[in-house]
Design a protein around this ligand. Structure first.
Ligand code: ASP
Length: 248
């Protein structure tokens, strides 16, 4: 079987930097070299898409990534596609790619909560889970998946619930679709495929203000007409807002 690993950066690819933090430096080849227990039956190739911390993703990079995934899906020699990236925006990027993806080749996103210079880095184990997932029977046609901490989630359901913990990625509505159990991936649930959208890159925009509606929010926080192409309000309850912001 042949699997391509598209690496984009993030903690999984980070090494200690001179400022005492960590920054993405490692290539896809480096990531693969860190994974123990790989089967010789799986041929792994790499595509170094970028090496950025994931908060630096732009909407056009997300779109290019979705096109790259679609290209590999059309390549009959590729049986599985893995994307490695930073966890901060993994939920958003994986969901965006899922919305754009109508292929059948399994696609799994993964990353790490601890970089390779820390105790018990989780990147190698997560990448191993991703490799076993894309090559497992039953992975096809499930839309884009997210593998972390020996669990496999649907991109449309998963959310990052914690900034540090290894079990940060959870699907509160349904739980994981599969678990990685020693060498086996056991599928136990599925979700309807996400309806795909045909994205026109010309009309893609990040000019959307996203605002959390808080108790007694000052109306001045609502953008002026024309400031943005749209305003998304994260409201209280099921769409309820304080009366002060109704006029603006
Ligand atoms: N803390 C992040 C990570 O887990 C950094 C990033 O998203 O690039 O990878």
């Amino acid at each position: 079987m042949s699997v391509v690993v598209i690496s984009t950066g993030g903690t999984i690819a980070s090494t200690k930097d001179s400022g005492g933090g960590a920054s993405p430096e490692l290539t896809g080849e480096d990531l693969i070299a860190s994974v123990p227990g790989l089967s010789d039956d799986i041929e792994l190739t790499t595509d170094d898409f970028s090496n950025i911390p994931s908060p630096q993703f732009s909407i056009s990079q997300m779109h290019r990534l979705s096109e790259l995934v679609a290209e590999y899906d059309r390549d009959d020699t590729v049986d599985g596609i893995i994307v490695t990236q930073g966890t901060d925006t993994l939920e958003e990027v994986a969901y965006f790619v899922d919305l754009c993806y109508d292929g059948d080749t399994p696609v799994v996103f993964t990353g790490a909560m601890r970089n390779p210079s820390l105790a018990s880095p989780d990147g190698p184990a997560n990448l191993l889970t991703a490799i076993r997932t894309v090559t497992s029977d039953g992975a096809r046609g499930r839309g884009v998946l997210v593998a972390f901490n020996d669990q496999v989630h649907a991109a449309k359901l998963v959310t990052k619930t914690h900034s540090m913990r290894l079990d940060a990625f959870q699907s509160p509505e349904l739980g994981p679709l599969a678990v990685h159990d020693e060498e086996t991936v056991r599928w136990r649930a599925s979700v309807d495929p996400t309806p795909t959208i045909d994205v026109d890159p010309e009309t893609l925009t990040s000019e959307v203000a996203a605002l959390t509606v808080t108790v007694d929010i000052p109306p001045s926080q609502i953008p002026e007409p024309g400031d943005f192409e749209a305003v998304a309000l994260a409201t209280t309850g099921s769409g309820h807002i304080p009366p002060g912001i109704i006029p603006p």
